[in-house]
Design a binder for this molecule. Sequence first.
Ligand SMILES: [Cu+2]
Length: 191
Amino acid sequence: MALHANIINPPIIAHMSMKRSSKAMAILVLVFAISMVSLSINVASAQAVPEWVKNTALWYGEGIVSEGEFLNMIKFLIENEVIVIDSIKEQAPQVVDAQVVIPNGNFDVTGAGFYSPLNLEIPAGTTVTWVNDDSVPHNIQSIDASGKVIQLFNSPPLNTGDRFEHTFEEEGVYKYYCSFHPWRVGLVTVS
Ligand SMILES: [Cu+2]
């Protein structure tokens, strides 16, 4: 990990500094970093860092090749995965936490125990799971704008620890409540 950072820094240093001594230092660091990569990769693949790459680094230090060519060489190393940048590799799709907790005390009309979150925002196609963390049973009943129960997503009574799932395929704002505790109304917003 630290090794990767070393490899990325030199062109930045070289770019920011106009002083030749700094540039030379940057090249030293880069050549050092490349030889370390070469060392660690040698076991698997002997030709991981081509000679021309080392030459380009050297020539850049001597002012023979341009900064553009030098940066192209870095680009080549990244594209061919000689330099692996972990932050690029780890770009996994964002996992949506599509869970609604019915918290302890949700049954109590005088308490705060709102569904958490009260308005769950998700992309279409997401499966939402309701979890009953309260000490008494609850259910989930989809309701229309006027508060009337509609057959869209309707759970049986959920005891403590029980779960209920529904997949939302279409965009919209969906309301639900618990028929045992109808003052508890929640929203799922699908976009
Ligand atoms: Cu309830």
